[in-house]
Design a binder for this molecule. Sequence first.
Ligand code: SPM
Length: 288
Amino acid sequence: MKNYSKINDGWFSEICPMWPGISLSLEIEAILYSKKSPYQQIDLYQTRNHGKMLVLDGIIQLTESDEFAYQEMLAHVPLFAHPHPETVLVIGGGDGGVLREVGRHDGVKIIDFCEIDEAVIDVSKEFLPDMACGFDDPRVRVHIGDGNAYIHGHKNKYDVIIVDSSDPIGPGEILFEQPFYEGLKSALKHNGVIATQGESFFMHKECVANLVKITKELFVVQGYSSILVPTYPGGHIGICLGSLGPEVKKPCRSLSESFQQQLKYYTPQIHEASFVLPYFAKTLFDSI
Ligand code: SPM
């Protein structure tokens, strides 16, 4: 994918045609890693004020200062919506942060993890140990390969599937299309729940509307949960959820105090509140 982002005078500016005319800049102190893998350009920066920052093909994937918001919500919203999640699949998210969050659920017995780019895992293990700790969990089984191919080879296997994709340009594009969602549905067990990186209704209305349309058509229950993430465009990103039974907008299990103490963003209250949509987004989604 063409990389439009720039470094100028010690500032990294994230520029992308998916969010034209707007750019977030972070002051950087050092380039810790920069290499092209067979799939993408991988850069790891030390920022001045936001910890380390992972950038793929010029697009910010995470900073250490706010990664918890996205990783906690993407994992805990679907997991707390399911009554007894035991088998979980995570597609993408080679940094391991979503795995770290899934691993907090003691009831989960198997965590299959499918990532196309092994180099992202390697760089995260080296530079982002607080995220890549997810790989140390003995329940995690790593599969290096294409998530779309993986999903179509596994039927009726998972209680929860989480897709931590990059944006729908480059290797992540196929993960935003109907056949992939059909594969996700067929890989679910009875009462299964999916949660996918759902982009922002401020920045990419058509893309989000398409995800809502696909999930409304395929699943019994559908929802869109919003997350505040200062270092994503517009400070906002969503999760698109689909379920074969359970309600997704409320947690169906309680969270112990010791579990809550491990988290920084997710609470049962924010789980519910994240599904409340601004009027323009509600109107758009209701019309689909
Ligand atoms: N585990 C963290 C990986 C992050 N995956 C999602 C990255 C999305 C980056 N672009 C955000 C654009 C929001 N509209």
